[in-house]
Write a protein that binds this ligand. Structure first.
Ligand code: EPZ
Length: 416
């Protein structure tokens, strides 16, 4: 397991150009298989999850070339429609290939994605919607075998605005017969990016960003070039990294309008923000104020993915904060590790009560999942002394070159 070694106490100040969005590029890379040709994806972050997604593309028979933040995918010789178990287990979000493969091949075999550290991660909403579109699905021996003589559009209502289910339905619907309407659809900005990509390919998707998405089936899609949106969760993580140290930071290539709920919480905690078209400048006070209550919700509510990094902020803020995690059932694993650093946090079910302390101490801590690992980095930057974080494999899934971005802003951080 890789390590990050951080000597805390430095003010994190400077300028960061924010990476492309992991949760936009993964479904967009999957969507490239729906056209025969060469797709060029720009602003693709260098992440372990992207590595695994490109591996899936290659196992399906596509040719992938990566050049810095540009990924070229040639799907003309794609020959397979099965994603093997080891890859599915390595990255459960590969389930997003299901809709794309069925759309192209009218059949698909994937293994049950299984849970992950933050929760069970069921896919019942995905399968229910695909069955409604005419997909025969057999779940046997841990595999999901899908077959559709044709895909038929229809009115699909999601019991929960699931991001992945919304994306899978969009991918299955773009070349289906007739029109598909998704009600109670997820409204995340990454869904908008996927919709924009599909429309550039020649699809007819409307309503993305609202809870009703309409997709008119078309005959054929073209491979295109596309630039991925900025990563709003990574952007907010860097704002937190600077805020916990009383620093001043400027983020470029960001979309402030995608970050309203997160920026609101930061302002309530006492930072001063200036937002322009694609830049955010933040000046933090010496010590942040607590935030009364933070509830994670589907977009445009407060994102579950930033809950743990912001809990690190609250751990050192003046006063008591309450976090309620409504999206995933096991997303407080960073609490034990923050407690080892001196935080005062009590978890009761889906709620965590955080009483701010004056200081945190460096310690040996373990990252058990992606965003919880980021939370430990944020805390370590402000802790007195040295923190060794084990489990960088999790952090590298979502943060490109985190030690470089932070050390360029004054952090004493290195790979151990
Ligand atoms: C996406 O996961 C993101 N991942 C997650 O980011 C993010 O936390 C999540 O959306 C919520 O915003 C990617 O985009 C690759 P969901 P996804 O389907 O699609 C339940 C990160 O750190 N549910 O919206 O899996 C589910 O159990 C990751 O970058 C069902 O019950 O999220 C959960 O409680 C973590 N049945 C809730 O919905 C289903 O069929 C939200 O899940 C599907 C979901």
């Amino acid at each position: 397991m890789g390590k990050l070694v951080i000597d805390g106490g430095e003010r994190i100040s400077g300028e960061i150009c924010v990476q492309g969005a992991k949760n936009a590029v993964l479904p967009i890379l999957a969507a490239t298989v729906m056209a025969d040709g060469i797709s060029v994806i720009q602003n693709c972050p260098k992440l372990r999850d992207v590595d695994k997604t490109t591996l899936v593309l290659e196992r399906l028979g596509s040719k992938v070339v990566r050049d810095g933040n540009t990924v070229t995918v040639d799907t003309r010789d794609m020959y397979d429609c099965e994603i093997c178990e080891d890859l599915m287990r390595e990255m459960r979000s590969s389930i997003i290939f299901l809709g794309a493969i069925i759309s192209r091949c009218k059949k698909a075999v994937v293994s049950m994605p299984g849970g992950c550290p933050i929760g069970l991660r069921p896919i019942d909403l995905h399968l229910k919607a695909l069955r409604q579109m005419g997909v025969e699905i057999r779940e046997e021996h841990g595999y999901i075998k899908c077959y559709a003589s044709k895909l038929t559009g229809g009115n699909i209502h999601l019991d929960f605005p699931s991001v992945g289910a919304t994306e899978n339905i969009m991918l299955a619907a773009v070349c289906a017969d007739g029109t598909t309407t998704i009600s109670n659809a997820a409204r995340e900005p990454e869904i908008v990016d996927l919709g924009n990509f599909l429309n550039k390919m020649g699809a007819r998707v409307s309503g993305v960003g609202t809870s009703v998405i309409t997709i008119e089936g078309v005959k054929k899609l073209q491979s295109v070039e596309y630039t991925i949106m900025p990563d709003r969760i990574v952007a907010a993580t860097y704002l937190a990294a600077s805020a916990i140290t009383g620093g001043e930071i400027c983020l470029t290539k960001v979309n402030p309008q995608d970050m309203g709920a997160m920026l609101h919480v930061l302002s309530e905690m006492g930072v001063r923000l200036r937002c322009e078209k694609d830049r955010i400048t933040q000046l933090a006070p010496k010590r942040l104020k607590s935030i009364h209550t933070v509830r994670t919700m589907p977009y445009p509510g407060f994102p579950t993915d930033i809950q743990s990094p912001f809990m690190s902020l609250a751990a050192m803020a003046k006063g008591t904060s309450v976090f309620i995690e409504n999206i995933f059932e096991n997303r407080f694993q960073h609490v034990d590790e923050l407690t080892r650093m001196g935080a005062d946090i009590k978890v009761e079910g889906r709620s965590a009560v955080v009483r701010g302390v004056n200081s945190l101490e460096g310690a040996n801590v373990v990252a058990r999942e992606l965003r919880g690992g980021a939370a430990l980095v944020v805390a370590a930057l402000a802790a007195s002394g040295t923190t060794v974080i084990t489990g960088t494999e999790f952090i590298d899934r979502g943060y490109e070159n985190i030690e470089k971005y932070l050390s360029d802003c004054g952090a004493k951080i290195r790979r151990g």
